[in-house]
Write a protein that binds this ligand. Sequence first.
Ligand code: HEC
Length: 179
Amino acid sequence: MKKRMGLFAAATLLGALSLGTLRAAEPDNHSPEMTADIRTKMADPELAQSDFIENCAGCHGLRGTTVPAHLPEIKDRVGWFMCTPESRAYLLRLPNVAHSRITDNAQLADLMNYVVFVLGGKSVPAGTKPFTGEEVAHERQFALTSVSLKAERLRLANVAIAKCRAPASLRLQYPGSTQ
Ligand code: HEC
């Protein structure tokens, strides 16, 4: 198991490195630093980080950014979805999150706290409480489908823009997207 993870992480890193050569402006695509304050949001920050690398970074990138690929940008944006109870639930109801092969809800909560507090950076509204295992256990029962996802995302982005001063570009999958 450990060995598989190592191989996967290495593959992800290799991918990131070759992307890095394409994007001279962002040569360093290492995982972001975790400050002491942010580490308090997770029971096991190292596990949360390696879970993200193993389960999510293959699509979303080590830093939560994949531009110019057509994927939603997580870096410095995902935190806006912590604006209301409904929009934070959206993050747990995403198909790849709700159906994650991580069955331990507290462990998945930690992974999502890594996503929000580490990758989300300054987009997290002040006073936001970390996800709990109980919250994950409840919300993952209501996984979104690819049919319901787009409309729900747009609706919740509009709420975050109105209530939490999220930028208008949150309506898009990433700033500058034409979709
Ligand atoms: C196979 C590729 C893939 C994997 C693996 C994946 N995602 Fe995603 N993710 C997507 C796509 C595509 C979307 C856009 C919505 C959709 O179609 O599901 C998305 C949407 C999201 C969003 C919503 C962002 C927004 O702005 O609305 C978040 C947050 C997210 N994923 C987190 C994760 C996490 C955490 C994991 C790991 C547990 C993960 N994803 C694994 C492809 C992936």
